[in-house]
Ligand binder design. Structure first.
Ligand SMILES: Cc1cc2nc3c(=O)[nH]c(=O)nc-3n(C[C@H](O)[C@H](O)[C@H](O)COP(=O)(O)OP(=O)(O)OC[C@H]3O[C@@H](n4cnc5c(N)ncnc54)[C@H](O)[C@@H]3O)c2cc1C
Length: 475
């Protein structure tokens, strides 16, 4: 039986990061993958969706030439097969950074197959067996299919099958108004697909700021997306070429929706089948593997990271968990935890919607008095230059200026949020950003304006700050 220090199971976002982290610690590492290295993120998640999003954005911006006083001589036309080919090329280029050859060159042994635990320190793989002092489970998740009557009798798409197509439907119903549904909806709409977006909760994107989600929902409607929040679908059927969904609103009104295709984006299911976790003694729940704050499962030789642990299903969270799991697995005297207070995310929904830290309500409950600073994109020069005046930044601080949360919707919000994250993690008060020189004209002006507003509030509240300001000037 071949022996390793660490065996990582699953070669997606978390597994690749775990294998590389274990190698950096000088371990003998094996990575076992069932399908192809890269996982959901490379093949059917982050990479293809963001590539398609860019294409949709370019097509949409071309329609808005008139904002700049430009007139296009010809209509922009495109063919779906060209678009899907471009996306496949982007995926292939991304996958080249984690080929089996690249990993072997880094000193990581790569095996393909379906591993099965024999006991807490060995797995069977085909006709052979491998053993290790520690295991890292990183088998990820797949689309969850909600138990709706008739769902198994109609053809449906998920993020797994969407990019296998080479045409776009003329109309689609997207089931699920979470991050995945809210990314597909605007991009398909901008590419000319008639989109209906259905969410059982009363609003889209339950984990994001309600005010900003409200703006996004209005934006979706203005793009022509039919948004049905608070609609619970109870039956799905096929009628000729059309898929028909029926359901009821919270007030009991029934609704019938039809389209060419159904795209399911209604949550995720962990990939745990066939691993023989019972043989090793690893406890699981319907949402994944049970792991403690050190990412150790119920068996002290087996750790886990990524979507099978949650609670935040993002590649960057999987990477961070992978590093922490490997450190804890290999250095029991030097254990650490993932700081989930620092979790941030970007939803690429029309304009980017980002969140870090607390929402307004959470902060009010925890701290009582807080400051909420709102800066619209229409107030920043760069936005006006780019015809990008849609959007809002919302910054939440304690009364002393400590940043407790921020949410932004608008152009480049995904980049902007990192300045706020850096300030939070470094313990800077929001008003302190105002003394950091920012280049003009940039979207970061949004943060500078928020910092100046925080400084103004600080002067109002603190006689010491007023005194200092009076004698020594600003900041
Ligand atoms: C449409 C979509 C868009 C997304 N966009 C983003 C984004 O923009 N940013 C972001 O941060 N996150 C995004 N995500 C989430 C991100 O893709 C996941 O959170 C991330 O891939 C989780 O990493 P993981 O390692 O847990 O799982 P994965 O990356 O899925 O990797 C799991 C790997 O394990 C393998 N495996 C499964 N079972 C076994 C087994 N029994 N034995 C061996 N190997 C096995 C799989 O084949 C796979 O390679 C998106 C997800 C989706 C669906």
């Amino acid at each position: 039986m071949e022996k390793f220090d660490v065996i990582v199971i699953g070669g997606g976002a978390g597994g690749l990061a775990a294998a590389r982290a274990a190698k950096r610690f000088g371990c003998r590492v094996a990575l076992v993958e069932k399908n192809q290295l890269g996982g959901e993120c490379t093949w059917t998640g982050c990479v293809p969706t963001k590539s398609l999003m860019r294409i949709a954005q370019v097509a949409h911006e071309a329609k808005e030439f008139s904002c700049y006083g430009l007139r296009a001589q010809q209509r922009i036309t495109w063919d779906a097969s060209g678009v899907f080919n471009h996306i496949k090329q982007v995926i292939q280029k991304t996958a080249q950074t984690h080929t089996p050859e690249a990993l072997r060159a880094e000193g990581i042994e790569v095996f393909f197959g379906s591993p099965r635990f024999i006991d807490r320190s060995s797995i069977a793989l085909g006709h052979s067996a491998l053993s290790a002092k520690r295991f890292i489970l990183a088998t990820g998740s797949r689309p969850a299919i909600p138990p709706i009557r008739g769902i198994d009798e109609v053809p449906y798409l998920t993020n797994r099958t969407f990019f296998e197509q080479d045409t776009l439907p003329s109309s689609v119903i997207i089931l699920g108004g979470g991050p995945i549904g809210c990314e597909f909806a605007p991009m398909l709409s901008k590419l000319g697909v008639k989109v209906t977006l259905v969410e059982a909760n009363q609003r889209l994107l339950n984990n994001d700021d309600p005010e900003l989600v409200g703006l996004l929902t209005e934006r979706f409607t203005s793009l022509g997306i039919a948004v049905h929040a608070g609609l619970k679908i109870s039956q799905v059927a096929q009628n000729g070429e059309q898929v028909v969904l029926t359901g009821a609103t919270a007030t009991g009104e029934s609704r019938t929706l039809t389209a060419d295709k159904l795209l399911i984006a209604a949550g995720r299911k962990p990939n745990l089948e066939g691993l023989g976790l019972e043989a090793a003694g690893v406890k699981t729940t319907p949402t994944g593997v049970v792991a403690d704050k050190y990412l150790c499962t119920s068996v002290d030789t087996i750790y886990a990271c990524g979507d099978i642990v949650g609670p935040y299903l993002y590649s960057h969270v999987a990477w961070r968990q992978a590093e922490v799991a490997v450190r804890n697995a290999t250095h029991s005297w030097w254990r650490t935890k993932v700081n989930y207070d620092d979790v941030l995310w970007i939803t690429f929904a029309d304009e980017e919607l980002v969140r870090v830290g607390m929402l307004e309500d959470e902060a009010r409950k925890k701290y009582g008095k807080i400051e909420v600073i709102r800066i619209p994109y229409s107030s920043i020069d760069r936005g006006r230059m780019d015809c990008a005046t849609y959007g809002l930044g919302k910054f939440i601080t304690k009364r002393d200026g400590t940043i407790v949360g921020a949410s932004i919707i608008g152009p480049r919000a995904g980049e902007l949020i990192h300045e706020i994250q850096m300030a939070r993690v470094a313990g800077l008060k929001l008003y302190e950003l105002a003394r950091v020189m920012h280049a003009y004209p940039a979207y970061n002006d949004l943060l500078l304006k928020a910092a100046r507003e925080a400084y103004r509030l600080r002067l109002e509240q603190s006689s010491w700050a007023r005194w200092r300001h009076r004698w020594f000037g600003s900041f």
